[in-house]
Ligand binder design. Structure first.
Ligand code: UD1
Length: 381
């Protein structure tokens, strides 16, 4: 059986890695890995392949950045000849990035079966580019691998045949559980300033960072919060660009101080270690909402909605929307509740770590990719 995987952007890599591994255990499966090149910086791509011990891509489409249409069309144009040449029996696509929907569209037109890993998530917010990508990819897919029961419900509501839907759990947690011992074993991966408790921040959604006045307000809220604890903020390239834009407009940006630390994007292991030991995470990422839930670390999500509602109902996530007062008060409440972390040094806060709970969300147990491999092998026609 010939299986071709398409990955393109940072959040795809930790999802594809365990599926590649699980399928590699089956000798009659021949795998090809295509990187679209949507993300191309070493810090956004290469370092993840190395740390996650992924095979080098068999081909890189070199699509790079651009408008949504340019990026999506670029992937489609470059992928079609690869698919015609390789003739896979099944193409696996991951998550909700532009590369995902582009690959699904090419396959559907060529009559190649598509499997979507992380199917069925819905924010019900069509202003998010990812929501459009999710809706279309799921409509075009033949095998829909869902991470949680809410996703199955969403798909059925959209008229998708239940026989195509497979509740397998969360592949990102497969990678997390595999890598956590490595991340934990090396405490030098985390270097919190003065060994003090810290909040970890990531912001990269267009709705947060492309709106410059809002981005400035967010930064000044973080600066205020840094009076209570250190803030470590690895900055995504999109966000870095917007901060430069703000500065070029002579807007005063307080983007670094003794306790507000803006860093480059972090590799997987370093970021996992940072999450594990954080007193609090503030983010607009989807994957980080899930990882903090698994790790038992409080997470405040700077969005109005989430496509991952189990992180609210079963996990540690709270939506604070676009309301800075809510962000401030939620952060204060988290810190007040955790007096160990608030008052402790780094060393003692490590003793207060939550034990990750593989039963917090059903099937987020580190074995989702094996279930995917089983379904694929069973579905061979
Ligand atoms: C994309 C995904 C988003 C995902 C995010 C994770 C879509 C629609 N969005 O958003 O769902 O959460 O990846 O990072 O697919 N850039 C670099 N180096 C790189 C890649 C990008 O400098 O390696 C810069 C470029 O200026 C580019 C900008 O980042 O224009 C945005 O990159 P892009 O791939 O368009 O979207 P992301 O914001 O990364």
């Amino acid at each position: 059986m010939k299986i071709l995987h398409v990955v393109g952007a940072r959040p795809n890599f930790m999802k594809a890695a365990p599926v590649l591994r699980a399928l590699a255990a089956h000798k009659d499966v021949q795998q090809t890995l295509v990187h679209t090149g949507q993300h191309y910086d070493d810090a956004m791509s290469g370092v993840f392949f190395a740390q996650l011990e992924m095979p080098a891509p068999d081909c890189n489409l070199g699509v790079g950045s651009g408008t949504h249409a340019q990026q999506t069309a670029g992937v489609m144009l470059a992928l079609e000849p690869v698919l015609l040449e390789r003739g896979p029996d099944l193409v696996l696509v991951y998550g909700d990035v532009n590369s995902t929907v582009a690959a699904a569209m090419v396959c559907a037109k060529l009559g190649i079966r598509v499997g979507h890993v992380e199917a069925g998530l819905r924010s019900r917010d069509r202003t998010m580019p990812e929501e459009i990508n999710r809706l279309l990819t799921d409509q075009l897919s033949d095998l829909l691998f869902t991470p949680s029961a809410d996703a199955d419900e969403n798909l059925k509501r959209e008229g998708i045949d239940g026989a195509k839907i497979h509740l397998v759990g969360n592949v990102m947690i497969d990678t997390l559980t595999r890598m956590l011992p490595k991340a934990s074993a090396n405490s030098s991966l985390v270097n919190p300033p003065d060994t003090q408790p810290y909040a970890l921040v990531t912001l990269h959604r267009p709705s947060n960072v492309d709106d410059l006045p809002w981005l400035r307000e967010l930064l000044s809220t973080l600066e205020d919060l840094s009076e209570q604890l250190h803030i470590i903020f690895p900055v995504h390239p999109r966000t870095r660009g917007r901060l430069e834009e703000l500065k070029s407009k002579s807007v005063s940006v307080r983007d670094n101080s003794a306790r507000l630390h803006l860093t480059n994007p972090q590799p997987y292991l370093e970021f996992l270690a940072l999450q594990r030991h954080a007193a609090l995470v503030i983010t607009d990422s989807g994957g980080i909402q899930e990882e903090t839930t698994f790790l038992g670390v409080p997470c405040l999500t700077v969005r109005e909605n989430t496509e991952r509602p189990v992180t609210l109902t079963l996990g540690t996530n709270q939506l604070v929307g676009r309301d800075l007062r809510k962000l401030r008060s939620a952060a204060a409440a988290v810190l007040a509740q955790d007096s160990t972390r608030q008052s402790s040094t780094w060393q003692s806060s490590t003793r207060a770590l939550q034990v990750p709970d593989p039963n917090r969300v059903p099937l987020w147990d580190g074995h989702a990719s094996e279930r995917i491999a089983e379904v694929i092998l069973r579905s061979r026609s």
